[in-house]
Structure formats: C-alpha cells, structure tokens
Design a binder for this molecule. Structure first.
Ligand code: ATP
Length: 230
C-alpha cells in the first residue's frame, strides 16, 4: 500500500532524509520512530505529496506521492492541525467534506460515528475553546472524512494525556482492523510498541533499525532502544 525507495530530502546542503526505503502492507500499522530532527515529518510530508523529494520514489495506494489523484485515497494528520478557531467540529467537518466532494449525508454519518467512537461531546462548541485533546479528535475525524485507504498521522499522540493517548492508539488499531493502512510517527517506541506491526527507527535522517519491536530489542539491544527513542 506504501512503497518507498531510496527517498531523500536535502535542504540546501543539509540532508534531512538520507535514502529511506521501506514498504507498508495492506491493513498494516507501521511506525516511524525517532528523536527530534530525525526526519520523521519530512518523510511523512513527502509521502503525503506536501514536499518534493530531492531523490527516490514513493507510491501510496498505487499512486506516485506527487500525483494529486492520490489525495482521495489518503488521510493526512499533520503534527499541528490548523483548525479554524471560530468553527465548530460539525461545521469544520462539513467544510472538509465539501472540499473532498463527499456527499453531505455520507460525510455527516461518518463524522458523527468517528466523534461518537472518540467520545467527543460539545460538537457545536467553538474549536478555539476546546482542549488540545478535543482538537486532536476533531483532526482525526477530519482525516477520515473522505474514507481514505491510507492514513498518515504525524505524532498523533504527542502532547496528549494518557487517557486521550489510549483513545487515539486504540482507535488506530480499529482503523487497521477495518482494513485501513496506517503509518504514524512517534518520538517514543513505548508509545507504538503495543500498536505497530513493524517500525523503523530514524536518527539524523537515516533508518537505523527496522522490524517488529521485539526484533529490534533483540537485534539492537536495550541501548539502541533507549538512545533513539527516549
Ligand atoms: P520532530 O520530532 O522534532 O518533529 P522530525 O523527526 O519530524 O522531528 P523533521 O521535522 O523531519 O524531523 O526535520 C528533520 C531535519 O530537517 C531537522 O534537522 C530540521 O531542522 C530540518 N528541516 C526540516 N524542514 C526544513 C526546512 N524547511 N528547511 C531547512 N531544514 C529543515
């Protein structure tokens, strides 16, 4: 569902992502883990077609990542979702449904189901008056408005309290169980180990470890595990 081959991004002379290659299968939950500046966001944005790679290729749901047609199959959740503060969750989700040409009734049903599942109340409250956790739930509902096959979530659990983090991770599991492919980034391997089928660990633009979490622990030992993930 996602295939990345020798993907590279340079800013001036600075290499932010250095020849990344990996594949993500249908219905898999795949983690991109690493410390600040590792190149996680840059990788995810290249996959979402938001920034142009300096080299290499990325395909998502059978489309080249820079093909605008890919967007209908993708739900992208940026690290900081720009929510329109004066809108309400419902008006915000309707706005995005219209952008994606999703019929109103279908969009409303899907959004209400997601908000029910995430237990988001106050659906007519101003977004500007909502907590970070509530806003993240709305942003997740927004990423699903077009019923995409692939979800790319940039640090969906960062800055959330443990209860909301659990909601988000548990919901991610349900999305994969429903057949969606999920790729998400995280600082910390502890966050993703219960959720991800496989992970890559990035550091300074390079993939330094890959596999299931138990494989990485065994192959690289607790030292790598701690150095790159805490
Ligand atoms: P974080 O966990 O802090 O979000 P990250 O792993 O997502 O980190 P990136 O945001 O991908 O890391 O950044 C990787 C490197 O590329 C960093 O050193 C960053 O400063 C650099 N970088 C990112 N965007 C740009 C840009 N537009 N211009 C120059 N350098 C950039």
């Amino acid at each position: 569902m996602i295939a990345v081959e020798d993907l590279r991004k340079e800013y001036g002379g600075f290499v932010a992502v250095e020849g990344s290659s990996f594949e993500v299968g249908d219905g898999e939950i795949f983690g991109v883990v690493g410390p600040n500046g590792a190149g996680k966001t840059t990788t995810l944005k290249m996959l979402a077609g938001l920034i142009e790679p300096t080299g290499g290729t990325a395909t998502v749901a059978g489309y080249d990542a820079d093909d605008p047609a890919m967007r209908s199959s993708l739900g992208f959740l940026p690290e900081e979702s720009p929510l329109y503060e004066d809108m309400t969750p419902r008006s915000y989700l309707r706005f995005f449904a219209d952008l994606y040409d999703v019929p109103r009734e279908e969009a409303t049903r899907r959004s209400e189901e997601t908000l029910d599942r995430l237990e988001l109340d106050h659906r007519e409250r101003r977004l500007g008056d909502m907590s970070k956790g509530m806003k993240r739930k709305v942003a997740i509902a927004r990423s699903l408005v077009n019923d995409p096959d692939v979800l790319i979530y940039d640090e969906p659990a960062s800055g959330l309290d443990p209860l909301t983090t659990n909601y988000v991770l548990e919901f991610t599991r349900e999305l994969a169980a429903a057949g969606k492919t999920v790729l998400f980034s995280a600082h910390n391997l502890y966050h993703v180990e219960s959720v991800c089928d496989r992970v890559i660990i990035m550091n300074r633009g390079e993939i330094v470890a890959r596999g299931t979490v138990p494989e990485i622990r065994e192959r690289h030992g607790e030292t790598t595990y701690h150095v790159f993930t805490t």
